[in-house]
Design a protein around this ligand. Structure first.
Ligand SMILES: *[C@@H]1O[C@H](CO)[C@@H](O)[C@H](O)[C@H]1NC(C)=O
Ligand SMILES: *[C@@H]1O[C@H](CO)[C@@H](O)[C@H](O)[C@H]1NC(C)=O
Ligand SMILES: *[C@@H]1O[C@H](CO)[C@@H](O)[C@H](O)[C@H]1NC(C)=O
Ligand SMILES: *[C@@H]1O[C@H](CO)[C@@H](O)[C@H](O)[C@H]1NC(C)=O
Length: 401
């Protein structure tokens, strides 16, 4: 016969179990105010924020860095792993502001999260890059060197992580750069910068596998989402974009030894007043490369200049040998259910490489109306023979070469 618990013992036991469960779920909090952050928007809070990160990262159990509401001025913030536990939350409720003068940030990115497994960044807060001074100093178009300014938020070598409900504001260069990540989800992201801000790409993903963007509202001066070489198994949905340059794959083929882009699906996105809608761009005179299994469906285009574009003669600033064809092979691409309005008559351009023509391009259910006075929407194709289905307006490959 075992001993019976009395009522008080049972209640105490239950409480202990509940408390243990709650503390396991929440982990240990490291509040930046406890490590000396002033949150007055003037004094430099970098050391306080970094010190909370270090404590959280060295903590054996689940831990949370808490940045309460308020404005924190901070220089370069490099949050490095690996951390001891596989559950580290970065809760930013306030606004973190970068110094406006770009020369005060000596790292490639202002804020970096690197080498962390099981990171969660959330909290509804803002990373304000204060980019206006940097934009006026940007001479990328003249020099072709476009990486001298810091990226707002870099996510490098993260695994099994989730970034949600945060805002990137007025970045000096790209807003978010995702490199060498595996299984990372971005959800409820807000990105804002003026249409005229140079090279402020929204979310760039390169050399990463299994990245999902689910719900993002992006207004910026360059591509809203762009995928670089080595982007594989990428899922994009519920993105609203504009102003901006649209959703891009590429540019590819500028460098030697680029990795293939394989397995991209983008669906249910709305683009408004953007330069392009969906674009795949590769440089002429390129080394060989691969972009395959790219699928776009259920897009709404509102006054987009070129809603659908494959451009294998991409050559900004005229820095290439236009006459030599691109050797990036584009295959298995579909555009399905793309509707709305186009700001130029040339709504669909599929300009593939003469050297390696596109293969397996499938276009179905397109309804794009030209809103201007220069005739009606039309399309152009070279070095591609798409298969088509459903309603097609404009007719696909109205002009071919
Ligand atoms: C991917 O990451 C999430 C955390 O964001 C995790 O719950 C999930 O188990 C991971 N998937 C795999 C296949 O490891
Ligand atoms: C499509 O995306 C919008 C956000 O632009 C979202 O509100 C809506 O729920 C999504 N619909 C589906 C069917 O996923
Ligand atoms: C449509 O786009 C064009 C070109 O980007 C722009 O000049 C025009 O103002 C836009 N129209 C509306 C109604 O937004
Ligand atoms: C009118 O559209 C054609 C393509 O259909 C284009 O070549 C031409 O430049 C456009 N003209 C103007 C004034 O936009």
């Amino acid at each position: 016969m075992g001993s019976k618990m009395n009522l008080t013992d049972a209640v105490t036991f239950l409480l202990v179990v509940l408390l243990a469960t709650a503390s396991r779920a929440q982990g240990t909090d490291f509040n930046v105010k406890h490590t000396g952050a002033k949150a007055n928007g003037k004094s430099d809070d970098s050391q306080a924020i970094l010190s909370s990160w270090k404590q959280a990262c060295q903590s054996p159990g689940p831990s949370t860095v808490v940045i309460p509401k308020g404005t924190y001025l901070a220089g370069s913030l490099q949050f490095q792993g690996p951390c001891r536990s596989k559950s580290i939350d970065f809760q930013v409720q306030g606004t973190i502001k970068a110094p406006a003068d770009p020369s005060q940030i000596k790292t490639d990115s202002w804020v970096l999260f690197q080498n962390v497994d099981g990171l969660s960044v959330s909290g509804g807060g803002t990373f304000d890059g204060q980019g206006a001074v940097a934009w006026s100093q940007n001479d990328c178009a003249k020099t072709g060197k476009c990486n001298s300014l810091p990226i707002n938020l870099a996510f490098t070598s993260l695994t099994n992580s989730k970034i949600q409900d945060i805002t990137s504001l007025d970045s000096k260069l790209f807003h978010m750069n995702i490199i060498n990540c595996n299984n990372v989800t971005f959800k409820g992201i807000t990105i804002t910068a003026p249409e005229t801000s140079l090279n402020t790409d929204g979310i760039h993903i390169g050399r990463s596998t299994g990245v999902t963007i689910s719900g993002a509202n992006i207004k910026t001066g360059d591509d809203c989402v762009s995928l670089g070489d080595g982007a594989q198994q990428i899922h994009i949905e519920g993105v609203t974009c504009g102003p901006g340059h649209g959703i891009s794959i590429g540019s590819l083929g500028k460098y030697q030894n680029e990795e293939p882009v394989i397995g991209v699906t983008a669906r249910n996105c709305t683009l408004t007043n953007t330069m392009n809608g969906i674009r795949v761009k590769t440089w002429p005179a390129s080394p060989s490369g691969v972009a395959s299994d790219l699928h776009f469906e259920d897009f709404t285009m509102n006054n987009v200049s070129t809603p659908i574009l494959i451009d294998q003669q991409y050559c900004p600033y005229n820095q290439c040998q236009q006459k030599i064809p691109s050797k990036v092979k584009i295959s298995k691409v579909s555009f399905k259910n793309i509707r709305g309005t186009t700001a130029t008559a040339m709504a669909v351009r599929l300009v593939c490489s003469r050297g390696v023509p596109c293969q397996g391009v499938d276009v179905g259910d397109i309804n794009l109306k030209y809103t201007g006075k220069n005739g009606s929407a039309t399309s152009e194709c070279s070095n591609v023979k798409p298969t088509t289905s459903g309603q097609l307006f404009p007719k696909i490959c109205a002009e071919s070469s």
